[in-house]
Design a protein around this ligand. Structure first.
Ligand SMILES: [Fe+2]
Ligand SMILES: [Fe+2]
Length: 178
């Protein structure tokens, strides 16, 4: 078996492995976005954006910031190690999304991105809150993807909308561990 280099078209991260995984381990984008590195243009995020696209990117950054902080808050709870580790991972996925949106908007990552936020205090209600957040993200990014005139932005929002929809399914699964 030969170790290969896969590059994620959505987040730009490299995955090293024998085969492409079903999802990017960093941003969660599905397998079709994992390509040979020579297919990844170095200037992929170097785009001109409209006023609306800028506002939508700013809203996306805010959303990812809030969700990252919420999941980091969940990951601080000590009474369920499976859920603690799961939401720690989810926080890292949302950080990756935040990072992509910041690159596209050409802004620095928010200073408080890694500061754990307030949670509701119980796993069941935190997971319910997560589901609400993921529903909102899925719908919002689908809307942004549809109204974007730039093809790259549309591609990224559509891919991340699908990832957030997967997170709704994950919340359902997480409930069975609560
Ligand atoms: Fe990715
Ligand atoms: Fe998410």
């Amino acid at each position: 078996m030969q170790l290969r280099i896969y590059r994620c078209r959505i987040c730009g991260e490299v995955y090293l492995g024998y085969e492409a995984p079903e999802n990017c381990p960093f941003c969660g984008a599905t397998i079709e976005f994992l390509e040979a590195p020579e297919k990844y243009p170095a200037d992929i995020n170097d785009i001109d954006i409209t006023e609306t696209e800028r506002a939508d990117l700013e809203a996306s950054i805010e959303l990812e910031l809030a969700n990252t902080r919420f999941y980091l808050g969940m990951a601080e709870r000590k009474d369920n190690d499976t859920l603690r580790a799961t939401y720690k991972r989810l926080a890292k996925v949302e950080v990756e999304h935040c990072s992509v949106f910041c690159k596209l908007a050409k802004v620095a990552k928010p200073a408080d991105l890694m500061t754990p936020g307030e949670t509701t205090g119980s796993w069941v209600s935190d997971i319910e809150e997560s589901r609400t957040r993921e529903n909102r993200a899925t719908a919002l990014y689908a809307l942004f993807a549809e109204r974007a005139t730039n093809a790259r932005l549309s591609e990224v929002w559509a891919a991340i909308s699908a990832v957030e929809a997967d997170h709704i399914t994950l919340d359902e699964l997480a409930k069975t561990y609560a």
